[in-house]
Design a protein around this ligand. Structure first.
Ligand SMILES: [Zn+2]
Ligand SMILES: [Zn+2]
Length: 388
């Protein structure tokens, strides 16, 4: 049987069916390529010479890393959020995957971009992502009534989001002042009942001593999101991927799916990863200082055996605009976990507050009225008893 070949440049990301010559796309259920026409399925072909899942040493690796996606792509660049996303060859996208803006222009994917080493293929079917989106929309409170029509359900796209991951050993040497609390009895004068009296109290003091130490830590798969389309707080709260399921990159996984080109390059991502690792080392060293309290902690970190991987992680994105502001609903394509942003309707919130106030007023009137009639009944009862 013949292997499907990536078709010509103008037929980007296309794989031909060996049975009928039709277009094959990556299918979640088949976990492989599936023909759109005759439904023939097959494993994603591994390009010759692909090593995959290899951690590349940071220094020489930057020169050594293979470039490009290994297949021609059609890409669109968004003038609003800046994301460059490759799409299926026959797709004529009119709006941005991430922010639904219409100011997108067709562009070339940078052929010098480092090729992804690994990816996590989509495991969650698109229909399930659409259902999650529907359920999430239905469960929202106090949102604009036309939101459900604004947020078009068919515009849920599976996109591979670019990440960098880093491994490194860190040797940390630290110095600090370690403090021990001790207590002394002091006498003091105070005024009680108009008289000056002498009392005793315990006062806390701190004895300081110099402290120092060192530790060795290993970091594995420190993720740095390289997307321009996902807001950072959204992508950070969403980084719950199981990186033990990374597969060697093959262009076939991208067939029929979108993929964003990284917008944060390797040196910038490594700087980010380093500061995140340094912050973690700072708190680990702080834990080593001991004593009752500490001050002036200084940590010197030395990194070694730094390696990196460029990975693609699967996310479903439903981007929609409301009053010209972008909102996003995301489904983790590996785990099905969801995150969403939606506008609030201040009219509905105000109406709800007014309704609550109205109910309170009504209750006060009812109970207040009852109390008054009870009072009247008591009073008339008293009159009657006086007459008897
Ligand atoms: Zn076929
Ligand atoms: Zn955009």
């Amino acid at each position: 049987m013949t292997q499907p070949q990536p078709a010509q440049a103008q037929q980007a990301l296309q794989f031909q069916c060996p049975q009928c010559g039709g277009e094959m796309i990556f299918d979640v259920t088949a976990a492989g390529l599936k023909c759109k026409y005759c439904k023939h399925t097959m494993a994603v072909p591994v390009p010759p010479g692909a090593k995959g899942a290899e951690e590349i040493p940071l220094r020489e690796g930057y020169q050594r890393a293979p470039r490009g996606l290994g297949v021609a792509t059609t890409s669109f660049n968004c003038r609003e959020c800046g994301a460059t996303v490759s799409v299926a060859p026959n797709e004529r996208t009119a709006s941005c995957t991430y922010c639904a803006s219409h100011s997108v222009v067709q562009t070339q994917t940078d052929p010098n971009h480092i090729q992804p080493e690994t990816l996590i293929p989509f495991r969650v079917a698109r229909e399930k992502a659409v259902d999650s989106f529907k359920g999430w929309l239905a469960g929202l409170w106090f949102r604009p009534s036309n939101l459900k029509t604004m947020a078009q359900l068919e515009q849920v796209y599976g996109v591979y989001v670019p990440y960098w991951t880093f491994d490194a050993n860190v040797h940390s040497q630290w110095t600090a002042d370690r403090g021990w609390h001790y207590y002394e009895t002091e006498t003091y004068q105070t005024v009680e009942n108009g008289e000056t009296v002498t009392r005793e109290r315990q006062v806390q003091h701190t004895r300081w001593e110099s402290a120092w130490g060192q530790r060795q830590d290993h970091y594995d798969d420190e993720l740095v999101c390289a997307s321009k389309g996902l807001p950072e707080e959204l992508s950070n709260s969403f980084a719950t991927f199981d990186t033990t399921h990374l597969m060697a990159y093959a262009p076939g996984y991208l067939a029929g799916w979108r993929a964003e080109s990284y917008a944060i390059d390797l040196p910038a991502a490594w700087t980010k990863a380093q500061s995140s690792i340094q912050a973690k080392q700072q708190s680990k060293c702080s834990g080593d200082v001991g004593g009752d309290t500490q001050r002036a902690l200084q940590v010197q970190n030395t990194f070694s055996n730094e390696t990196f991987k460029h990975v693609l992680l699967p996310v479903y994105v439903a981007a929609y605009r409301y009053k010209d502001k972008p909102y996003r609903f995301l489904v983790n394509g590996q785990t099905g976990e969801v995150r969403g942003e939606a506008p609030y309707s201040w009219v509905k919130i105000t109406l709800a507050i007014l309704a609550v106030i109205a109910v309170i007023v009504l209750l006060v009137v009812l109970f207040g009225g009852e109390r008054e009639s009870a009072q009247r009944a008591l009073e008339s009862g008293a009159h009657l008893s006086a007459l008897v």
